[in-house]
Design a protein around this ligand. Structure first.
Ligand code: MLT
Length: 271
């Protein structure tokens, strides 16, 4: 485990993993997961990319902080600290799944000079509706009073395609265990950060960087139309639709997912 706790104004463990010395790709996990959701990408793509996989605040091995709610700005700053620590001063490819994609847009807004390209998986540019915001407040209240389990039980069946949920108990267990590790504060903090995130749609036409969008056509949490809308609005985007995949295409169909990423990285960032 790597640990950034040397800065006295930020005294909490900020954990991440790093891999080989290739085009740097910062992998931002979804909610309420952690960097182990990228294990199959680390295993399958380390020969073409340097994979940097933070645990976001309050998730995985990164400690929760008492600053709640968290914000996309705060988490973007955490990611840039990790890149600085690693000496990655130049632009990197930022890859985000779902909440990780929301965060990727924030990094583009605040640190455009640090972003060479984007991989947007199972995510969207639009902000929350008022109804979703209220649901997030509710979920934050429940997790602080009743613990993580009710939130995990509610979310788990929607993370995968119905078939994967039925047929792949190991994957279901893997995701359940990962989510149960997340602290209540981390879940509540992240719900607040997602609730307050701005609409990134107006930013899309100005994101003149290579972008790969990957989306499963059985995503129950973010409809495929959101990915199509991003692809239409982004100047340099390619959309890869994975038939039969749900909200976790990198885990449900890792070979297809990794092949798409490999081709994207080789075309735009290869030697
Ligand atoms: C995620 O997978 O990161 C979340 O479902 C995103 C969200 O709640 O909007």
């Amino acid at each position: 485990m790597n640990d950034l706790s040397e800065n006295s104004s930020n005294e909490f463990i900020l954990s991440f993993e790093d891999s080989a010395d290739r085009v740097p790709v910062l992998w931002l996990h979804g909610f309420p997961l952690n960097n182990t959701m990228w294990d199959l990408q680390v295993a399958g793509l380390s020969d073409v990319a340097r994979l940097i996989t933070p645990d976001l605040r309050g998730h995985g091995l990164t400690e929760a902080t008492s600053v709640t709610p968290y914000s996309m700005e705060l988490m973007a700053g955490d990611c840039i600290r990790i890149l600085d620590h690693l000496g990655c001063q130049g632009p990197v490819v930022v890859a985000g799944l779902s909440m990780g994609g929301y965060l990727a847009f924030e990094i583009c807004r605040r640190f455009p000079e640090r972003v060479a390209g984007l991989i947007l998986a199972a995510t969207k540019a639009t902000a929350d509706t008022e109804e979703v915001k209220l649901n997030r407040d509710n979920s934050a209240r429940i997790v602080m009073s009743d613990g993580v389990k009710p939130v995990v039980d509610g979310l788990l069946p929607k993370l995968l395609s119905p078939k994967a949920y039925e047929d792949d108990p190991d994957l279901v267990d893997f995701l359940r265990d990962m989510m149960l590790l997340t602290s209540p504060e981390g879940i509540a903090g992240a719900q607040g950060a997602m609730r307050d995130r701005p609409d990134s749609t107006p930013d899309l036409p100005d994101l003149n960087i290579p972008t790969l969008i990957i989306h499963g056509d059985e995503d129950q949490l973010i409809p495929l139309d959101e990915a199509k809308a991003m692809a239409a609005a982004l100047p340099e985007a390619e959309l890869v639709i994975i038939p039969g995949a749900g909200h976790m295409p990198n885990l449900e169909q890792p070979m297809v997912f990794n092949d798409a990423v490999r081709e994207f990285l080789e075309v735009f960032y290869g030697e």
